[in-house]
Structure formats: C-alpha cells, structure tokens
Design a protein around this ligand. Structure first.
Ligand SMILES: NC(=O)c1ccc[n+]([C@@H]2O[C@H](COP(=O)([O-])OP(=O)(O)OC[C@H]3O[C@@H](n4cnc5c(N)ncnc54)[C@H](OP(=O)(O)O)[C@@H]3O)[C@@H](O)[C@H]2O)c1
Length: 269
C-alpha cells in the first residue's frame, strides 16, 4: 500500500487507533504517517508501540503532512479545526458523526477540500464498513481516492451522498453497539436458564456468527431464513410471538431513527 501523500491523524481513540493500525498493517509507509493526540501520554505510548512519527501540536502536524484525518469527537472539532493551518494541507478527512463538510470548512480559517467518512469499530479487525460522502463534481477526486485507500485497509468502502451519511451513521456507525447489546442479552438469557457464563457467551457469539454466514451464503431474505427456524407450534415461534407482542421490531426501528435524529442534531450542539 504505497502513497505519495503523507497523512496526519488527529485523535488516537477507538477509531483513530483502529485506522492507523489497519493502514500500517496494510503497508502504509511510516515515513508518510504522523500522529497526534492531545493526551501526550497516550500519543507516546501508541507511537512507541507502532513505531510512528508524532507531532507536538496540530500546527506542527499541518506543517509535516499533506492531508489530515480528524478522528476526534464532534464536540472537539471546533478546537481542532481552530488550530489547523490549511496553507500546506491539501485536504481534510473527518470521521466525526453529524458534522457536515460545510460546517468543518467554516471552522477552519481558509477553504479546503473536506471529505466525510463514516467507519465503524470492526475496522479494528479489518472488518469495518466505511461510507465516504462523495458528491459527483465535488472536485475531491484525489482526496476520495486517498480515503478509499485508507478505509479499504480496514474493511469495505461504499460511496454515498453526504445527505445519506446520517442514515448510515445510525445504522453502521452505531450498529456494532446494537449487535453487542443483543449478544449481551442472549448471553444473559442463557445464564438465566442455568448455562455457565462461558458457555452462554460462546453460544450467543457462534449462533450470531453462524447466522450471519448463512445469510451471506445465499440469496434468501432475512425473513425467509427466520421462517426456516420457525416450525408452526414450535419453540421459536413461541419466542417470536413474544417479541412481536412487545414490539421488538418497532423498537429497533425507532432506536435507529433516534440515532439518526441525534446525528442530524450533533452539528448544532
Ligand atoms: N467509536 C465509534 O464507533 C465511531 C464510529 C464511527 C465514527 N466515529 C467518530 O469518530 C470520532 C472519534 O470517535 P472515537 O470513539 O474514536 O473517540 P475517542 O475514543 O474519544 O477518541 C478521540 C481521541 O481524540 C482525542 N482528542 C480530544 N481532543 C483533541 C484535540 N483537541 N486534539 C487532538 N486529540 C484530541 C481524545 O483524547 P481525550 O480522550 O484525552 O479527550 C481521544 O484520544 C468521533 O467523531 C465519532 O463520531 C466513532
């Protein structure tokens, strides 16, 4: 994975470290990568472990690289953007939920090309799904190409319109949390039924993994696959009947809808 462009990553939390680890593993040249985090202890520890170049400040980072990847919380973007000097920067990639390219451009002192990306935490194991907001004729072709290269290293990449980014933020960005919450619930149910925690944990995880593989293997819909486990009058329909009674599907739909609304509000906070 070679790149003529040097990348500066701001924020070494969950996503920043996952992305940096992924691209380094994919062969991104260490001489073309500089990292920065406001927490100097965290910065030095991560950089030492991965043998990475560091910057002492965002201003120093801007002098050292061509493109910035912002991996800080939406609430920290104003501070970070206020320190960016765009003279030597050719583009900014932001993974912050809910903050538009226009807003980011208004936070930096001069206009630059800004591209938004929405990854998710399975990027940590190379199984992320990242959406890039690239509009036709946005003039950000080379930045889009670079972003594809970066996020390809940690999973799959899809390109969508920025207007749909809040929807995929709610579904894919937040999605792993819903899945882990469901796994926690299945595990708890197993423990209530008398299984040892390790057995309940394995049962939940492998059942989920097996079901996902099955869904991937063919072209049957999720509903068809569910029906194949639902013999009339059997155990599964008894469970599904209860889920319908308590509005399980509606709750999931409304939960994702609320994440979507929150993503749309984040920019105003
Ligand atoms: N986590 C997810 O599942 C996920 C998925 C998709 C997108 N995102 C987006 O990714 C971004 C990062 O999320 P995250 O979960 O990785 O957050 P995180 O774990 O909190 O990481 C953010 C890092 O940035 C550091 N930071 C804060 N202010 C800074 C500054 N002024 N300069 C440099 N570094 C600074 C934080 O340090 P301190 O801890 O000391 O403040 C922290 O190390 C967010 O905007 C989020 O919307 C997250």
């Amino acid at each position: 994975m070679s790149s003529a462009v040097s990348l500066g990553v701001v924020g070494l939390g969950n996503m920043g470290t996952a992305i940096v680890s992924g691209i380094v593993e994919a062969g991104w040249s260490r001489s073309k990568l500089v990292v920065y985090d406001i927490d100097s202890e965290k910065l030095e520890k991560f950089a030492d472990t991965h043998d990475l170049l560091t910057a002492a400040s965002i201003a120093d980072l801007c002098k050292a690289v061509d493109v910035l990847l912002l991996a800080v919380k939406p609430a920290d973007l104003t501070d970070v953007c206020g320190e960016i000097t765009v003279d030597s920067i050719t583009g900014i990639i932001s993974i912050a939920a809910g903050v538009s390219t226009d807003k980011i451009n208004s936070m930096v002192d001069q206009q630059t090309i800004v591209l938004r990306a929405m990854p998710n935490t399975p990027a940590r194991v190379g199984k992320g799904l990242t959406f890039l907001a690239a509009e036709p004729d946005s003039g950000s072709d080379s930045l889009t190409g670079l972003a594809v290269k970066i996020f390809d290293a940690v999973g799959e990449v899809e390109i969508i319109a920025e207007s749909q980014l809040d929807a995929v933020t709610a579904l894919a960005g937040s999605g792993p949390a819903y899945i882990f919450y469901f796994l926690e619930s299945l595990k708890q149910a197993g423990v209530y039924l008398g299984l040892k925690p390790q057995i309940a944990n394995k049962t939940a995880l492998e059942t989920m993994a097996g079901a996902v593989e099955l869904a991937r293997a063919g072209d049957e819909s999720f509903a068809q696959l569910r029906e194949q486990v639902s013999s009339p009058g059997g155990t599964t329909v008894e469970a599904l009947k209860y889920l319908d009674l308590v509005g399980f599907k509606g709750s999931i739909v409304e939960a994702v809808n609320r994440a979507h609304q929150k993503s749309r509000l984040l920019e105003k906070e």
